[in-house]
Structure formats: C-alpha cells, structure tokens
Design a protein around this ligand. Sequence first.
Ligand code: AHG
Ligand code: MN
Ligand code: MN
Ligand code: MN
Length: 328
Amino acid sequence: ETSRIAQPIGSALDRFIKNNQNQFQYASGELSQILRDIALASKVVNREVNKAGLIDIMGAVGSTNMAGDQQQKLDVLANIRFTRALAKGGEVAALISEESETYVDLNNDGKYVIAIDPLDGSSNIDVNVSIGTIFSVYRRKSPAGLPIQEEDILQKGSEQVAAGYILYGSSTMLVYTTGYGVNGFTYEPSLGEYFLSHPDMQMPDNGKIYSINEGLSNSFDTSVKEYLNDCKEKAFTARYIGSLVADFHRNLLKGGIYIYPPTAKDPKGKLRLMYECNALAFVAEQAGGKASDGRGGRILDIQPTGLHQRTPFFVGSKHMVEHAERFA
Ligand code: AHG
Ligand code: MN
Ligand code: MN
Ligand code: MN
C-alpha cells in the first residue's frame, strides 16, 4: 500500500516527485523525468507570460490551427517550449498538441505519449487575465523502438498515467495527479521552484458556483437552459473567466460546476477531448469530483477517433454534475 502523499507542505516539486515515485504504475524514473520536463518548460512559459506586455509576444500570428482558432504568438511559443523540453528527455514517443495538425514524432524508443494544450485561454493573453497549460501522459501500447501506432495515440482518458495543468494566475501553480490523489504546487519565482502548497486536494461534493458562457444560451438544449434556471432559482454565483484551467481550478477549490454544452456554433461542444477534457476529468475524479458529457457518459470512457475531436463537457463538484445530468 502506498500512502497518498509522502511529503509535508513546502516540499520542493523535485523532491516530492522523487519521494512519491513508488506510486507510479511503472517503476522507473521516466515518468518523473517527464513531470520535471513539463515543470521546467512551464517556468520558461511563465517567464514569458509575465512579461507579455513588455516584449512583442502579444497578439495573433495570423494563422489558424486545426480547431480553427486564431493562433496567438504565445500559443505558438508555448507549443515550442513544451515540445522542446519533452523532445530532449527521450522518454516521449509522440506528442499530441492543440497547435499541431497531426501528432509529432519525438523518439521511437520513448515509452510515453503526451497530449497537451500548451496555452489555454488564448483570448485572455492580451488582457492580463489568467491562462494555463493542460497535459495528459499515456503509456504507449506498442513496444518501444517501433514507430508509433494509432493505438498509442488514440487512447481513452481512463488510460492516463498522469495528468495536470499549470495555471499562470495571480500566482503560478502546477496541479497534477498520477492516480493517487491530486497535489498542487505554487511557483516561487525568486527561487525558481514549485513548492507543495495544496496537498491531497479534494473538490467539495457540492458548491454554489456555475461557470458557462451564457451569452450562447439561445442555442443551448432545453435541458441546459432548465439547469441554468435552477441555478438562478437557488441564487447561485455565476463565474466565467473564459480560461478553462482557471475556471476549473476555482471550482476545484471552492466547489462548482463548469459546463461547455453543445451550441449552434459547436454542436459537439467547443472543448477538445484529448488535450483539454481528459486531463481535467482525471484530476476532477481524483479529487472526488465528476466529469461527464452531460448525458451520463463518463469523459474518461470516450474512445477518441481523432486528435482534435470535441465533446460536451460538464465537470466539477460531484453532486452538481449529477444534478445537472438529471435535466437531460
Ligand atoms: P484555447 O485558448 O486553448 O483554444 O482554449 C479556449 C477554450 C477554453 O480555455 C475556454 O474555457 C473556452 O475556450 C472559452 O470559450 P468561449 O469563449 O466560447 O466561452
Ligand atoms: Mn486555441
Ligand atoms: Mn484550451
Ligand atoms: Mn490552447
């Protein structure tokens, strides 16, 4: 039996990872190295995010990605930083990214596949509002050494061996799980280190916050409209940042529900299964919360058929997600 956490508050991330390696499904330092590489890249991105207004990295590049999003300079920059950091280590065979049309081959000898939203909340970059990074780590199915196969890439969320996010907020945090609970680390910029600040995070079973882009409500299903009325009858608090990571993180700490339902513009919802929903669904479940498609389907059980596929996303406090589903 492994304990959920083997480190007190204030532990540096590196030490925490090392002391909890026995929790990893595959006894090796490889997953530890991947987590360290992600942390390192996030520090570089954090530095760039922090001075975004001073150097010329705000605004759009002029190109669009697979999802049809206008790529911002920071989207592209963050993608380069994380790709580079993960390519160097050699543990990663392939990378799935919001900003790359197909997966990127890194090292055939690597045993892991990563899915990443390098910069989440692009529309908030230029206005100095919290943004994030979301990542999922999978073990490849085919033997290392061979070229990567489709079965390695299109894995269900339930196969994740680690997942988490970085929130570039009023302080920068790294929150992740390896399947033994969720731990949150706060970045101390003057020391250049993450320290354990939120051990064994638990999402309240209930809450009073609902987060949804209600400006789109004309095209919501009746079930979602009725659920929103229910929230209003209960005088719940509406909070929507428009950066999934930040909205999710707030609800994780305070209790709440985040919904991105089907809309006229995005009939399957806007959010992407492989590099947005799965990681947060894994974190939510590990913290005692719930993530579904709003109709009783568990996000982590969806078999992906494409890298950029979308899904309706209902995530947050367990009882709130269950209650919202009753309207469907
Ligand atoms: P990204 O910036 O990675 O493309 O993600 C944008 C997502 C997510 O961060 C956010 O919650 C959502 O888009 C907001 O969408 P709306 O503006 O339609 O509400
Ligand atoms: Mn985007
Ligand atoms: Mn995103
Ligand atoms: Mn993004």
